[in-house]
Design a protein around this ligand. Structure first.
Ligand code: SF4
Ligand code: SF4
Length: 287
């Protein structure tokens, strides 16, 4: 089974559009939306949920009022101010650190797992989709990314599908690391701006660290021809393969407004043709 992760140093590079277009072109794949803090692939791929899983990624303090003596020690020691004057736990403030339980002389506090979000497996027109949503204020998205990837793998094995396309979270933090471990290639979508070049270098360093084959695709390459040259030179000097350059096109936005990918809405357009060329190249490279 082959796995490709699509990354970008930050949001707004067109990563989701390109990932969704690849899912359409692949025809039969499992797409894993690992941007669990702000998932948006569903807006283009319209998944029909077939499985829902609770995700318990954090803990919360629970006070047994029948044992509590109101000594106030837990409140004094909670550095997150998560215990009220009435000795109740404020759920959004509690970080589950366990200090209150440690200091409580009456043994009245325990830590209980709480639902931090949900993971879903869905049917899409082009195969299946594994996705999730973290509850507001919850951390641990790296753990949820791992669950989304695990669900994608199970779905792929069950359905005899040989390709998983992973939409990675933006940035270079823990969730990104969880989305690239053990994949066959990492495709970085970048744009020809100075911040884009900076982010590209950081993501490439991360791929190198995890020994993942790096590929680069420049989106909206024609918005700054000077910077595209800088990107191409940098990739050449560092032996990173550039699999394509996609032009700016208002058709991409028009398709998005209609809740679809450009390759579905405007299959004969120049931009769709370029996306298809990039996809064919990637398929050859990860075989
Ligand atoms: S430390 Fe224990 S006994 Fe004291 S107020 Fe908190 S819960 Fe109650
Ligand atoms: S678990 Fe930590 S954050 Fe939560 S109430 Fe206890 S001390 Fe405060």
């Amino acid at each position: 089974m082959k796995q490709l992760t699509i990354l970008s140093g930050k949001g707004g590079t067109g990563k989701t559009t390109i990932t969704a277009s690849f899912a359409v072109l692949a025809k039969n794949t499992v797409v894993a939306d690992c941007d669990v803090d702000a998932p948006d692939l569903h807006m283009l791929l319209h998944p029909e949920v077939i499985e829902t899983h609770e995700f318990k990624g954090s803990k919360i303090a629970v006070i047994d009022k029948t044992k509590c003596t109101n000594c106030g020690l837990c409140r004094e020691n909670c550095r997150f101010d998560a215990i009220t004057e009435e000795i109740n736990v404020a759920p959004f403030a509690c970080e589950g650190c366990g200090v209150c339980s440690y200091v409580c002389p009456a043994d009245a506090i325990t830590l209980s797992e709480r639902i931090s979000g949900y993971a879903y497996v869905s049917k899409i027109n082009y195969g299946f989709m594994s996705h999730a949503l973290l509850n507001p204020g919850e951390a641990n998205s790296g753990k949820l990314v791992t669950l989304v990837r695990q669900n994608a793998r199970i779905a792929a094995e069950k359905e005899n599908i040989h390709l998983i396309i992973i939409d990675g979270p933006p940035g270079i933090g823990c969730p990104v690391m969880a989305s690239i471990t053990g994949v066959d290639a990492g495709l970085v979508i970048t744009e020809p701006t100075l911040s884009g070049i900076h982010d590209l270098k950081r993501v490439l360093q991360l791929l190198q660290h995890f020994k993942v084959k790096p590929l680069v695709c420049v989106n909206m390459y024609d918005i700054n021809m000077g910077n595209i040259e800088k990107i191409l030179r940098f990739c050449r000097e560092n032996n990173v393969e550039v699999v394509g350059k996609i032009p700016f096109s208002p058709e991409v936005t028009e398709a998005m407004v209609n809740g679809a990918t450009v390759v579905e809405c405007f299959p004969k357009s120049f931009v769709s043709n370029e996306i298809a060329n990039v996809w064919e190249k990637i398929v050859t490279l990860i075989q």
